[in-house]
Design a protein around this ligand. Structure first.
Ligand code: FES
Length: 127
């Protein structure tokens, strides 16, 4: 069996949602100290719905595929659902990642949670 599923390869070669959202409502950045990879997620949020999500990943292929899939999975969804997105769900949607690459999908989960936290922080400041 090949190491990476076709879905991983597809999202790695043609990542969805790459880029920056100017004036994003929330930005989450997370790094992994061991491998040194960094992921940044930008969210546009309207009435508790994630209307757009983009990412920049300075990292491995699995991290790129994970952020591509994760941003696809939360677009159009309420914040509450995005907060429930686990790295396991991202990896399953990619038809699996090798065990030693699971931490790459954790980055995607954490970057999204960080972006939502940032959004709440900004909302509070604007109250
Ligand atoms: Fe670091 Fe994949 S090896 S995120």
């Amino acid at each position: 069996m090949p190491l990476y599923s076709e879905k991983v390869m597809d999202h790695f070669r043609n990542p969805r949602n790459v880029g920056v959202i100017e004036n994003a409502d929330g930005i989450g950045e997370i790094g992994n100290a061991k491998c040194g990879d960094i992921m940044r997620v930008y969210l546009k949020i309207d009435n508790d719905i994630i209307t757009d999500a983009k990412f920049e990943t300075f990292g491995c292929g699995s991290a790129i595929a994970s952020s591509s899939m994760a941003t696809e999975m939360i677009k159009g969804k309420p914040i509450s659902e995005a907060l429930e997105l686990t790295n396991k769900a991202v990896s399953e949607a990619l038809d699996g990642l090798p065990d030693y690459k699971m931490h790459c999908s954790v980055l995607a989960e954490q970057a999204i949670k960080g972006a939502i936290e940032d959004y709440y922080k900004k909302e509070k400041q604007n109250e």
